[in-house]
Each structure stands twice: as C-alpha cells, then as structure tokens.
Design a binder for this molecule. Structure first.
Ligand code: ADP
Ligand code: MG
Length: 307
C-alpha cells in the first residue's frame, strides 16, 4: 500500500473512534454482504426506561425493585443498571446477593438472606431469579395462570419484561422500554446503497420488541429472537455455510460467540462490554452506527490500494 493511503485510513479510523486489531479485519469487512445487528444496546440506545410494574403475592412495587436490584447489583447489563438506579432512586437499601450468577441473554440468579428480605421470609437464604421467560422455564419455574392477562392489563408496561421470582414463585414483572438510535434508519439505508444485500436482527429479547425495532427500521430481512449466545453464533455459522460473508455488530457478553463466528466482528467499546470488545475484530468506541457506511467504503478502498 502507498504509505499516504494507509496514513489517511488510520487518521479516518481514529477520528471516527474505530479501533482495529489489524488490517485483516478491514480486508474481511470489504467482502461482507450481510450485516447482523444485536438489538439491545446496538440498534437501541441501551438507555432503557422503566415501564409498568406488576406484582404477585403481595409485594409492593418498591419492594419488588429492591429485591430485583439485589440480584442485579453485580450485573453489568444495561437492564441491571436501570433496576439498581430505580431502586436507589426510591431510597431502597439494596440487600447483598450471594451465589450470584449471570446468565448471558437470559438474566441473573442468586440468594438473598431471609433477614434482609422481610418477616415473611423465614429461611436463612432465599433463591432469587430475575430474567426472561426462557430463564424461568429452564429452571422449571411455572408462571401463574393469570400471568399473561395481568400483564395485558398494565398500561405502558413496555415490550421487554423482567420477571422476578423468589424460591420459584413469581413475585413480579418489571416492564422496560428502550429507544431506537435515531440514526439507525439512515445508516441502514446507506449500507444498502453501499451494496449490503441483507440485514438481520439477532436478539435475546422476545419476538415482539424485536419486531417493533425491525418495523421502525424498515429494511431488516430476518429476525432472530429469544436467542441464547450460542444461537446467535449458530445463526451466523449457517449463513457462512450458505456462502455469505457476515459482519456481526454487538455490545454484550451474549454477543461474544457470534462476534467470533462472523467473517468480521464489530464490538461496541465502553463500559460493560469488555468481553464483546475482546471477541471483536474491530471496536467501535464512539457512536457505533454512524461510522459504518464510511468504514465499509474505507475498507474497500484500502483493499483496492493494497492489491
Ligand atoms: P440483546 O440480545 O437484544 O442485546 P440481551 O441478550 O442483552 O438482549 O438480553 C436478552 C433478554 O435477556 C433481555 O430482554 C432480558 O429479558 C434478559 N436479560 C438479559 N440480561 C438480564 C439481566 N441482567 N437481568 C434481567 N434480564 C436480563
Ligand atoms: Mg445487546
């Protein structure tokens, strides 16, 4: 390559907050014909707001948030940070969590001392789960019969719901809504104009919020919902087998296997996504979507100069 072309490329990358782990990543990006996006935190801003709250078994809303926050305290997930912030905003003393475990793409589990839960909790320690339906199902937890109906009754519940159980009993659902990144639609159109043939949305969230995002974007060809981290990777591998060159863009621990499986992985940098950043070939430090069309053009120019 001519040194000046390379220097100009490096300057562009620096200006746009793109960190590359080597020129091979750009060479791979130049060949991509399909882009798969993670939803939460990537296409959406990852600054979710609290929606409606439903409780079961007599807890009040603040108490529910306090217990959920205990389980979420040690999670880096954007949903976890929201719950903790809301509980602290209500002046809750958030209990300690023991045996904490994160289940990427699903939720968190742990144990809370009975003494910090309240007089109704007589055991030394109680199991708490905060997560999606899939996580509860995998633990054999059965939802109450009136579950769906009660959720339907809540106005502005929010399309994503975090379910909270204590000792296998549902005690509440916390609704959350996230907003699309305002530039997402335009960026997608530009990428299509650059010749990208297909776009996919891969999420651990349910079909409904995924569909909402896809509808707002106009141009998502395929949606994968309720995907575990390995499901995202498998989706990419299937596309690769079919001859596609896939770029995966994601922000979370749950995207790491997919980022590694892709022709090229683009990870969002910044708080809480160290694992994703490690799995990516390119790391987007600033606004993650805006640089994509320019980055694609740059990669193709560079390949032309080099070869
Ligand atoms: P995406 O794939 O869109 O980025 P995530 O995989 O991060 O979404 O999350 C998928 C779903 O898993 C969430 O919608 C939520 O229901 C559940 N989940 C993930 N992490 C947590 C957490 N820390 N607490 C509660 N629920 C979680
Ligand atoms: Mg995400």
């Amino acid at each position: 390559a001519t040194p000046s072309a390379v220097m100009a490329a490096l300057a562009w990358l620096a200006r746009n907050g793109v960190v590359t782990k080597g020129s091979i990543a750009l060479e791979r990006l130049a060949k991509v014909d399909c882009i798969a996006f993670d939803k939460t935190g990537t296409l959406t801003r990852g600054e979710p707001a609290l929606g409606g709250i439903v409780t079961w078994g007599g807890l009040d809303e603040t108490e529910l948030l306090r217990i959920a926050a205990a389980a979420e305290k040690r999670s880096e997930h954007v949903l976890a940070r929201l719950i903790v912030r809301e509980a602290e905003g209500r002046m809750c003393v958030v209990p300690d969590i023991e045996e904490f475990e994160a289940h990427p793409g699903c939720g968190v589990t742990g144990a809370i001392r009975g003494s910090s839960l309240g007089p109704d909790y007589t055991q030394e320690s109680h199991r708490v789960v905060v997560g999606n339906r899939r996580l509860l199902e995998s633990m054999g937890i059965v939802l109450p019969e009136d579950f769906e109906q009660r959720l339907d009754e809540v106005e502005n519940l929010g399309p994503t719901q975090l379910l909270v159980t204590i000792d296998g009993q549902l005690v509440g659902a916390i609704g959350v809504r996230d907003t699309l990144r305002p530039e997402a639609r335009k960026v997608l159109a530009e990428l299509r104009a650059e010749g990208i043939e297909s776009f996919a949305l891969l999420t651990g969230d349910r079909a409904e919020p995924a569909q909402m995002v896809a509808d707002a974007l106009e141009g998502i060809d395929e949606i994968g919902s309720e995907l575990l981290p390995t499901d995202k990777a498998r989706w990419i591998e299937a596309q690769t087998k079919a001859g596609k060159k896939v770029a995966m863009i994601g922000d979370g621990i749950n995207d790491a296997p997919a980022l590694a499986s892709a022709t090229v992985g683009l990870a969002l940098g910044g708080v809480g996504s160290d694992v994703a950043a490690e799995a990516g070939d390119l790391v987007l430090m600033g606004d993650p979507l805006t640089p994509l069309p320019g980055l694609l053009r740059l990669s193709r120019q560079l390949v032309r100069v080099i070869s």
